[in-house]
Design a protein. Structure first.
Length: 239
């Protein structure tokens, strides 16, 4: 998969994308990340990318020309243009607090694409006319950050885990919280007793069937206690 990230602060991505799973995925070429400086596409001699909003008001708005030029550099056509496959086109995502709230269903769908283009906004937002070249707006939660860079990092990290070969043991991804609509079950490791707290006996039994049943019940129990909203379409597991 290729991901182009359009930003006015390219240095923000140096650390997060060179470490851990993302760094290893890039080295193994499972994932190619290109950081694109929006300022380099500005038509202004001072490389200006923002201006005052029409109609007055506080703050600044990101200008359409640099963003349009940056998006077009990725080979993007108008969002309704025809492609051989919807997953083969450069799919443009604007990281916006007004977008759909990111969840695992969205992540799994985006992981099917070959090429994503992430637009990181700033100031009061981007000129609305650029939305003509955006396929989807995504938010990482009901709060506002200083820009779209950190949300873009969150999105890339969540997508990378879904790509074949990135996580060594792929079954661990399928057991993650939200993958099947439930929270993850509790995990334990050595020692078997820690400060008087014991590991559940079933996990020491060696009976894989019983362990699986225990984990399924604990996953449901934890979801019911902490995120009952996820259980609207679920059938309760018999106790």
């Amino acid at each position: 998969m290729r991901i182009d990230i359009l930003t006015i602060f390219p240095k923000m991505f140096k650390g997060p994308f060179t470490e851990s799973l993302i760094g290893r995925a890039a080295k193994k070429e499972f994932l190619k990340i290109n950081i694109v400086d929006i300022r380099s596409f500005s038509e202004d001699k001072h490389k200006k990318v923002d201006d005052k909003p029409f109609g007055g008001g506080v703050g600044m708005v990101m200008k359409p020309e640099p963003l349009y030029n940056a998006i077009k550099s990725a080979g993007v056509k108008r969002k309704n243009s025809a492609y051989k496959s919807p997953y083969s086109k450069p799919y443009v995502i604007y990281m916006s607090p007004q977008g759909k709230t990111l969840n695992n269903k969205i992540v799994k769908n985006l992981a099917e694409f070959k090429y994503l283009v992430l637009v990181c906004g700033h100031y009061e937002g981007i000129d609305e006319r650029v939305i003509n070249y955006v396929d989807e707006e995504i938010s990482v939660g009901d709060y506002v950050l200083t820009g779209g860079e950190i949300p873009a990092m969150v999105l890339v990290d969540s997508i990378a885990r879904m790509l074949h070969g990135v996580v060594k043991e792929e079954d661990s991804v399928k057991n993650d919280s939200f993958y099947n609509g439930l929270l993850d079950y509790p995990h334990y490791t050595r020692p078997a007793v820690f400060k008087g707290h014991k590991v559940p006996e079933v996990l020491l039994s060696g009976d894989h069937k019983k362990v699986g049943e225990w984990r399924a019940k604990e996953s449901y129990k934890r979801t019911k206690e902490r995120r009952p909203d996820l259980l609207i379409d679920k059938v309760e597991i018999e106790k």
